[in-house]
Design a protein around this ligand. Sequence first.
Ligand SMILES: NC(=O)c1ccc[n+]([C@@H]2O[C@H](COP(=O)([O-])OP(=O)(O)OC[C@H]3O[C@@H](n4cnc5c(N)ncnc54)[C@H](OP(=O)(O)O)[C@@H]3O)[C@@H](O)[C@H]2O)c1
Length: 247
Amino acid sequence: MQTVLITGCSSGFGLETARCFLDHGWAVVATMRQVRGDVLPPSDRLRVIALDVTDPASIERAVTSAGPIDVVVNNAGIGWLNALEGTPMAAARELFETNTLGTIAMTQAVLPQFRERRAGVIVNVSSSVTLRSLPLLSVYTGSKAAVNAFTESLALELEQFGVRVRLVLPGRAPDTSFGDNARSRMRDGFPNAYAELVRDVFSGWDQSSEVTQSRDVAEAVWRAATDPSCPMRLPAGADAVSLAASR
Ligand SMILES: NC(=O)c1ccc[n+]([C@@H]2O[C@H](COP(=O)([O-])OP(=O)(O)OC[C@H]3O[C@@H](n4cnc5c(N)ncnc54)[C@H](OP(=O)(O)O)[C@@H]3O)[C@@H](O)[C@H]2O)c1
């Protein structure tokens, strides 16, 4: 039986991806910062373990307790929407620490076992904002564009060991906790000078008919993990697929 370890399974894409792999008969190591046994259906193929991707000791404990795994899905991430002038450096550091360095650290932690077994797949969840630049997302986009560049370079060095590395690029998913989590971090609001731009960005979203569902992302991760012919960058969700096609 194949085993997948997924980060950020408490909600949204990570939770749906864990469900998807369980439905396909895999063993699932669902990781989350605060362990909750009630978010996933009970299964003897499921283990829920604590993992904060910004904490090296937590990463080491989680990877050791997970044992051998075949696929790692770096999904844990946080959002931030604001002008750069409204973005404290502490927020920028938190974003890169979680989205970028968390992905790098988790990848580094599982790599030795993949290389030794000459098998394994790393799936990094990035974002479709890296396909088309949008205002108010400079720091978030930077954190995810770095994941893209990291992933594509790493893929080249791991090919020789039979280890595959892929990117999933989800579109905007208003139904996950992502927006609320980001808003709770943005206590100081937007700088006044950017008020008109903020209004334009929000009204653009109100008018957009295509969005991404968690299921779209779970299915894209499943494909990235199991289909060796999957392209390096796989858009997930109607809006992301349209955007990728229009480029
Ligand atoms: N929703 C969107 O519109 C969208 C679009 C494109 C890409 N994405 C990306 O997709 C991924 C999942 O987002 P989502 O929409 O499913 O959001 P979500 O519902 O907020 O889920 C994010 C998950 O990441 C976890 N997390 C945050 N910081 C962590 C840390 N330091 N260590 C471990 N886990 C941590 C959260 O755990 P806690 O419960 O502990 O906070 C949560 O389980 C993220 O990488 C995000 O950047 C989202």
